[in-house]
Design a protein around this ligand. Sequence first.
Ligand SMILES: Nc1nc2c(c(=O)[nH]1)N[C@H]1C(S)=C(S)[C@@H](COP(=O)(O)O)O[C@H]1N2
Ligand SMILES: [Mo]
Length: 218
Amino acid sequence: MPENKRLIAKKEEWARKGRGLLEDGVFRDTRQRSSRLPPGQHMAKGWPVLDLGIQPSIPLAEWELSITGCIEQPTVWNWNALLEQPQVKLVSDFHCVTTWSTFDNEWEGVRFSDLVSVVKPKTEAAYVFFVSYDNYSTNLPLVTCLDEGVVLARTWNGQPLSVEHGGPLRMIVPKVYAWKGAKWVKEIRFMERDRLGYWENRGYSNTADPWTDDRYTM
Ligand SMILES: Nc1nc2c(c(=O)[nH]1)N[C@H]1C(S)=C(S)[C@@H](COP(=O)(O)O)O[C@H]1N2
Ligand SMILES: [Mo]
């Protein structure tokens, strides 16, 4: 039998037997988790820095975070108020759209869902818009922000977050590409409707799923 016919026959046999399906016949997208590295990503050497050319340095005594928009309790936290919130430590991987990833980052700070319990979004609130001290912005659906790994991080691996990496406080959203995590976050605005941020307005995907290579709007 010619080679290609042999292969076609094999594939027909595999299709009959459901090769690749799990024993229970349930389809699972195992492709997504066969590697810890999402498609097209490589392990970074160290932790690269990405910004718009400005690294705002905000003294803790002057630092404020405003939580605004479609919420019952508009809130402004200074540094002490932030420290009075419940603090958590969470470990996650970090994936930049420029193809580098880092593993096992330990973040300490305030879980986004704990912030939500304080400010109480109205039922219409469905999106969140982030504005930073360097005027960067980014946006996320509120449901994405409620994932348990989402944190307003003030430390990285036990050290205060450095200015170049977004200190004193930045957003970490492990399930999406890292541009959706605002460094030097200044305002968190809850909204009824979505509004695109800095990179989302410049061709980056609004869903930003590293596991489906969802980098740009085509
Ligand atoms: N405020 C602000 N946040 C930002 C950015 C920025 O330029 N300004 N860059 C984003 C991008 S593109 C990435 S990949 C990550 C990089 O974080 P790092 O510099 O700590 O690696 O921050 C994101 N958050
Ligand atoms: Mo990025």
